[in-house]
Design a protein around this ligand. Structure first.
Ligand code: FES
Length: 327
């Protein structure tokens, strides 16, 4: 019998009699509860130490496998400790109390039932409260575990701010290939295409992701599109953001006969001649078009930045600056 059960225990409710020391509803489920107390204490301590090890590993740079191991071990110890507490240190039921129905016209609880119910809570408080050391260990392990839950928030990194809305395309930006060389109107045959970037993109670590544009020589003369006037497509050159408006894959397949662009990820089809409007697949909106012009040397340049946000839609899409991006 536990040391705490040698004397009658005073209930919390003032009008309740003390619980008798041999009340089975107060006795732990095992004969030697101290062994279970040691087991639970060790498990809670291990959980706490493992969480501290996780925090330390994370703070010195992190190692995913190690962190996963510490996290799993901490959770397993915490769970095992709570299960052991419930199984070995709590009274082992079931306990059945008589309920008199005879002569009762309804099932409303009488004052004695209510006292008994309150008494159950009192006993629960006594049973748990008699092990303050284990409660403290559980609190420590729980607090440490709660603290590491904020790590994922820290690992989200810096806020993207306007980088999701801005590209490096602007007024008069030179169109260049991946190697930085400019694209002249005489360079591409009708029916050919390539990926291009704004001049100077090499210095921006985000540029390859957000600035990539698919340049297509569709025809030998300017063509109007749904979105822009004929002046957007000098000499039949069309330029669209290569970032798919569905989930952001690069739209990299061009079908010259049908004048369509295909996104290989989920097969969205965009009709170039109507402003890259999606005619099949999950993409919800056209690929933003880049207005082109030809400079005095015959090199292609952008007239201004994109007039729409590039890439997939998201919850703040309506907040982009009106009138263009870094134009
Ligand atoms: S990412 Fe292009 S269709 Fe899904």
């Amino acid at each position: 019998m536990s040391e705490h059960t040698r004397h009658p225990v005073q209930a919390q409710e003032p009008d309740l009699p003390p619980f008798p020391e041999d009340d089975p509803r107060l006795l732990p489920g095992v004969r030697h509860p101290w062994q279970a107390e040691v087991l639970v204490g060790v498990l809670f301590s291990l959980s706490f130490l493992s969480t501290v090890a996780l925090a330390t590993t994370y703070s010195v740079g992190g190692q995913p496998q190690l962190e996963g191991g510490f996290l799993g071990f901490a959770l397993a110890c915490l769970g095992a400790g709570m299960i052991s507490w419930g199984k070995y240190l709590m009274p082992r039921g079931p306990f059945v109390e008589d309920r008199e129905y005879e002569g009762r016209e309804d099932l409303e609880s009488n004052p004695e039932d209510r006292r008994s119910f309150i008494g159950s809570f009192g006993r629960g408080a006594v049973i748990v409260g008699r092990r303050p050391f284990l409660l403290g260990l559980l609190g420590m392990a729980g607090a440490a575990f709660s603290a590491v839950l904020i790590f994922p928030l820290r690992s989200l990194g810096p806020q993207p701010k306007l980088t999701l809305f801005k590209t490096n395309w602007g007024k008069g930006t030179l169109v260049v290939r991946e190697d930085g060389s400019p694209v002249n109107v005489a360079d591409m045959d009708v029916g050919s295409y390539m990926t291009v970037f704004p001049a100077g993109f090499e210095t921006d670590p985000n540029a390859q992701a957000i600035d990539q544009v698919i340049l297509i020589h569709v025809a030998a003369e300017p063509l109007p599109t749904r979105q822009g006037p004929a002046s957007w497509t000098p000499d039949g050159y069309f330029a669209f953001s290569k970032v798919c408006t569905h989930a952001g894959c690069p739209v990299s397949l061009y079908e010259a006969q049908t004048q369509q662009l295909l996104c290989p990820c989920h097969q969205s089809l965009f009709d170039i001649l109507i402003g890259a409007f999606p005619i099949f697949g999950p993409a919800p909106r056209p690929l933003p078009q880049l207005a082109l012009m030809v400079d005095s040397k015959g090199n292609l340049r952008s007239q201004h930045g994109f007039l729409e946000p590039i890439g997939p839609g998201f919850w703040e899409r309506g907040a982009y600056p009106k009138g263009g991006y870094r134009s």
